[in-house]
Design a protein around this ligand. Structure first.
Ligand code: FAD
Ligand code: E0Q
Length: 481
């Protein structure tokens, strides 16, 4: 797959930076430079290299396969169908399958200590998977290099001279180097340096909406015998109204716990915040009160709380993701979202697949391909951004609310009654590759139907199913299989 088509004459596109390589054996495809070899950048590099592009990647951090993975953000992530699709296209399904831990549903930990499993899907074909960010990233780096991508580690993008298409990089020792890149793609995350450089050339209409909540990561280690300290095949969640904890399993027997909480307490309502829960001792008291069953499982709670940074969360919106045919942003660099649907990486992997498909057919008209990319992806990025925000309220609060539980129960009943027509939004987002925008729009219609049918009702048997059938028939078209 990686061979350059031979027999092509001339190489008007060939930049001098190709150095010694024989231009006549290079494809007509332009050379592509990627910034960032995180999850999305590494997948994009693999997919583009597999399609015969000459791909060069610059990554700020050292090679995690040599120096170990230096995490910044979450240690493990939930992988769903959209993410699997990207990995499948790259040929990585089996390798990642060996690392992933199945999560059948949410294991809700109530305040009194009792737990219940709320399944995500109908059976074990409808589940999500917990994967280590480091292991996933390393597999993607291997795939990218195997396909022919060249990755330069320890190189931080520092600025761009757009007139000469010259990128400037700095390493940790303070030396700089330059690279001429007619086409550059930014997969350098929410704090994208390429985005900053693009914005210095043309306004991108950037808006960052911070969430007033932050997060802290903690760990439940494996038991002494190596086993899991809780049910392994679930996403554990401790919903507590304005704040919550979650825990995702790691293949080696531990769990990564994340505490999500407001930055500022609201003492009038007795709600804690990172301003009052300031250190390990405060956190210990909070866990003793609100997460009592988890506390004995987190031996290093106090030291980890003090040592680990408090992460910030928010949603990034841009009016423009591209600069003519020269530069494009993908993944978090274009559309960072809050993590409460577990879809940021999944969405970024869809970006990578869509981009590879578009560039494969683009020839030299990259401007059109970039415009098309934004046209196809932006409505979906906006939709998952909105759904992720909504899911936080659902997660931390509503899973304990009686009317909400009635609507969820009715949703299941209507889904079974009208398959392919009334399809739960969570299912469309997580287990299908229907555009996020379709999931969002149909989800709104379905939520209105659920609200109408359950208004003033307290149990399922009070619901008017004839009315349900009529509303569904009127408002929801059958989904194409
Ligand atoms: P990143 O992963 O941020 O990678 C960017 C890369 O660019 C990094 O390697 C970085 O070192 C490099 N870089 C940065 N600046 C430069 C520079 N100047 N020069 C060169 N290189 C640079 N998503 C899910 O799908 N499921 C989940 O369960 C999930 N859980 C999450 C939990 C939390 C707490 C958070 C914060 C996010 C979660 N996400 C989840 C979202 C997911 O982490 C992101 O969407 C995903 O990491 C985006 O990938 P990316 O490659 O675009 O950016
Ligand atoms: C998932 C899987 C960080 C995170 C990741 C997730 C989910 C949640 C709550 C969080 C949403 C859900 N969810 O359980 O509805 O499905 O990825 Cl907080």
């Amino acid at each position: 797959m990686n061979g350059h088509p031979s027999g092509e004459s001339g190489c008007g596109q060939c930049p001098e930076s190709h150095g010694k390589r024989d231009c006549y054996t290079l494809p007509m495809k332009p050379e592509i430079t990627l910034i960032g070899a995180g999850l999305v950048g590494a997948l994009a590099a693999a997919l583009l290299a597999q399609r015969g592009f000459a791909v060069t990647v610059f990554e700020r951090r050292p090679d995690p396969r040599i120096h170990g993975f230096i995490g910044g953000r979450s240690i493990n992530l939930a992988l769903a169908e959209r993410g699997w699709h990207g990995l499948r296209v790259a040929g990585l399904q089996d390798r990642i399958g060996e690392l992933a831990v199945m999560m059948r549903g949410r294991m809700v930990h109530h305040l009194d200590g009792h737990t219940e499993l709320l399944r995500y899907g109908r059976d074990d074909s409808e589940v999500i998977w917990s994967v280590s960010r480091g292991a996933l990233n390393m597999a993607l780096l291997d795939a990218a290099e195997q396909a022919g991508a060249r990755i330069h580690f320890g190189q931080r993008l520092d600025g761009v001279d757009w007139k000469t298409s010259t990128l400037r990089f700095a390493d940790d020792a303070g030396s700089t180097r330059t690279h001429v890149a007619p086409v550059v793609i930014g997969a350098d995350g929410a704090g994208s340096a390429l985005r900053t450089a693009m914005a210095a050339h043309s306004a991108l209409g950037e808006r960052f909406e911070p969430l007033e909540h932050g997060y802290k990561e903690l760990e439940i280690p494996a038991r002494n015998d190596g086993g899991f300290a809780m049910e392994p095949n679930a996403l554990h969640i401790w919903p507590r109204g304005n704040y919550m904890c979650i825990a995702l399993p790691n293949a080696e027997g531990s769990f990564t716990v994340t505490l999500f909480m407001p930055n500022h307490s609201s003492l009038d309502q007795g709600n804690p915040g990172f301003d009052t829960v300031r250190n390990g001792a405060d956190a210990h008291a909070l866990f003793a009160r609100d997460f009592a069953d988890a506390l004995p499982l987190i031996p290093d709670l106090e030291t980890d709380f003090d040592a680990n940074p408090t992460g910030i969360l928010g949603t990034l919106y841009l009016d423009r993701w591209h600069l003519h045919g020269c530069a494009l942003l993908i993944g978090d660099a274009a559309h960072a979202i809050v993590p409460f649907h577990g879809q940021g990486m999944n969405c970024g992997f869809e970006d990578a697949v869509e981009l590879a498909d578009l560039l494969q057919d683009a020839g030299n008209d990259l401007e059109t391909a970039f415009v098309q990319f934004q046209h196809r992806r932006k409505p979906n990025a906006d939709a998952i951004a909105a759904m992720a925000l909504e899911n936080y309220v659902e997660m931390r609060d509503s899973v304990a609310d009686a009317h909400f539980l009635l609507m969820r129960a009715l949703e299941r009943q209507l889904a079974a009654r009208k398959p392919g027509r009334f399809v739960p939004r969570y299912w469309m987002v997580t287990f299908s590759r229907l555009p996020y925008s379709v999931a969002f729009e149909r989800g709104e219609i379905q939520a209105a139907i659920l609200r109408e049918l359950t208004a003033n009702k307290t149990s399922l048997d009070q619901v008017d199913l004839a009315l349900a059938d009529r509303l569904i028939g009127e408002r929801l078209s059958p989904l194409a299989a």
